[in-house]
Design a protein around this ligand. Structure first.
Ligand code: ADP
Ligand code: MG
Ligand code: ZN
Length: 504
């Protein structure tokens, strides 16, 4: 008998969206970049020697008592305000009871039915400029777990491992969980909406300065809930929750995959199982995790060791006043300042170039020049090399120097590209590349005049035409001079010199 291999059936995406309406729910966990942990004085920092940032409180030793980190509450309120939420006048922590080796207390101190922020929204801009308003159900405070390291076995996962190691440095790190209301009506664009939402949220959190929002280090993590309902159905379908999808691109892929998988299950007369699923980056597919606990399983109850959090309205208003310019406000301002049309702004955003252009402008370049370099030539270079624009080996300051050299007439646009190529090739600062490659525009008149005279002498008939007033003929001489100087002459000046030679 041959072993049977379970093959997951997928439905073609176009058919999925013809037959079903997707519903999304996104849960984002963000680790706050406070100095200390949520309920103790241990250092809050990524990595480090295992189990060196721990104390009786975050190890859950008997008799230890937690104290709420005021800075974390402040960040939670600022996040809530930026997401247009109502801030609770009074709220509590709760114990969420479950056993897991990376959670030393055997319960997670979280918030349950009394979160600090509720009922907000975030406007999300899609690649083509369409705006989708995502409603926020709540943002609540909790603590992170430790980390397990599974040793032996090939996958790094617990299956097949010989033993596991535990590192509690992360246990008790402040977390904010931001949960959306069900997102409906996005149809075929659901995967894109999911990615755009997490992107917008990340940018917002970064602007607030509350977290370093590194998906690759786990300081921003997304769980994607997806369900399908047949077109015209009145009730939501059963959802799955794909856990810890750790890049923006993966968010989009995970949602899309689940849509095609669930559609095939439903079309074959099956039922979607309510469960958590695991996203595999390498295959772009999800696999079954555990069947989902319900709230009862966690036996939530109010945390008896912590006093309730009751932020005064004065404090909330003070915090509102500390909100920085938010990403979409900044984009509006930039659009006005740089005089961009809507499509120009969108291209800039889609190219991931806003920050780079802003820094280039801050280094003295004109917005139009800075934008043109980043969204065209440098974007091409990044694509060719397969890297992100921001990872190209040229800085905004270096680019601003190249732009300045063009503005002062020392470089033509063509030469400027060569300088940029040189910087990208690691040949040093722009001025060093100009020097080493000998790229300066020849604008000193005596050198140019010699070349002009030579060109006039070589083409006496054309010289004669110019002398008799046919100014248009000057182009041929200018061309000859540019050729002779390998494109390093200032063409405008050459033309002036040709005309003055023939008429003066
Ligand atoms: P859990 O404790 O199971 O993680 P949460 O309330 O924290 O539940 O998050 C559930 C998320 O899923 C929310 O964003 C919610 O809006 C969303 N959601 C609820 N029902 C559905 C559904 N049928 N399909 C898709 N998403 C859903
Ligand atoms: Mg949840
Ligand atoms: Zn501690």
């Amino acid at each position: 008998m041959s072993a049977s291999v379970a093959v997951t059936e997928l439905m073609d995406y176009d058919e999925v969206v013809q037959r079903f309406d997707p519903v999304l729910g996104l849960e984002v966990h963000v680790e706050l970049s406070t100095n200390t942990k949520m309920f103790c004085g241990c250092e809050n920092a990524f990595g480090g020697e295992p189990n060196t940032k721990v104390c009786p409180v975050c190890l859950g030793l008997p008799g230890s008592l937690p104290v709420v980190n005021g800075k974390a509450v402040e960040s939670a309120i600022r996040i809530g305000l930026a997401l247009n939420c109502d801030i609770a006048e009074w709220c509590r922590f709760a114990r969420k009871n479950y056993f897991y080796p990376d959670m030393p207390k055997n319960f997670q101190t979280s918030q349950y039915d009394e979160p600090i922020a509720v009922n907000g929204w975030l406007d999300v801009v899609l690649d083509d400029g369409e705006v989708v308003r995502v409603e926020i159900e709540r943002a609540h405070m909790e603590e992170d777990t430790g980390k397990s390291l599974h040793v032996g076995g090939s996958t790094g996962r617990i299956h097949g491992a010989e033993h596991s190691l535990l590192d509690y440095n992360r246990a008790g790190v402040p977390l904010i969980e931001i949960v959306t209301k069900p997102i409906v009506g996005t149809g075929a664009r659901a995967p894109e909406v999911a990615r755009a939402y997490v992107t917008a949220l990340r940018d917002l959190l970064r602007a607030l300065g509350v977290s370093d929002v590194r998906m690759d280090q786990g300081s921003l993590r997304c769980d994607a809930n997806v369900s399908l309902m047949a077109k015209g159905a009145a009730e939501f379908g059963t959802r799955t929750e794909t856990k810890n999808v750790n890049s923006l691109r993966s968010v989009e892929r995970a949602v899309r995959y689940e849509m095609t998988r669930q559609a095939a299950v439903l079309a074959n007369g099956g039922r979607v199982v309510q469960e958590t699923r695991h996203f595999d980056e390498s295959t772009g597919s999800t696999s079954s995790g555990r069947t989902k606990e319900t709230a009862e399983d966690y036996r939530y109850f109010p945390e008896p060791d912590l006093v309730p959090v009751a932020p005064s309205r004065e404090w909330v208003e003070e915090l509102r006043a500390t909100l920085p310019e938010l990403p979409w406000e900044r984009l509006k301002r930039i659009q006005t300042e740089w005089q961009l049309t809507d499509p120009e702004l969108r291209d800039l955003v889609n190219a991931g170039a806003v920050e780079l252009v802003a820094e280039t402008v801050a280094a003295g370049a004109g917005p139009a020049e800075a934008r043109s370099w980043w969204v065209s030539y440098l974007t091409q270079q990044a694509n060719t090399r397969g890297v992100d624009l921001a990872d190209l080996p040229i800085t905004p300051v270096q680019l601003a120097r190249v732009i300045a050299l063009v503005a002062e007439g020392s470089l033509t646009n063509k030469l400027a590209r060569e300088v940029v190529d040189g910087v990208l090739a690691g040949e040093g600062e722009p001025d060093q590349v100009v020097e080493a490659r000998g790229l300066k525009v020849v604008s000193d008149d005596s050198a140019l005049l010699a070349a002009v005279d030579e060109a006039l002498a070589a083409q006496p008939d054309i010289a004669e035409k110019i002398r008799s007033g046919k100014v248009a003929a000057a182009g041929a001489i200018v061309g000859a001079v540019m050729k002779a100087t390998k494109g390093q002459a200032d063409a405008k000046r050459v033309r002036e010199l040709v005309l003055s030679r023939c008429t003066g």
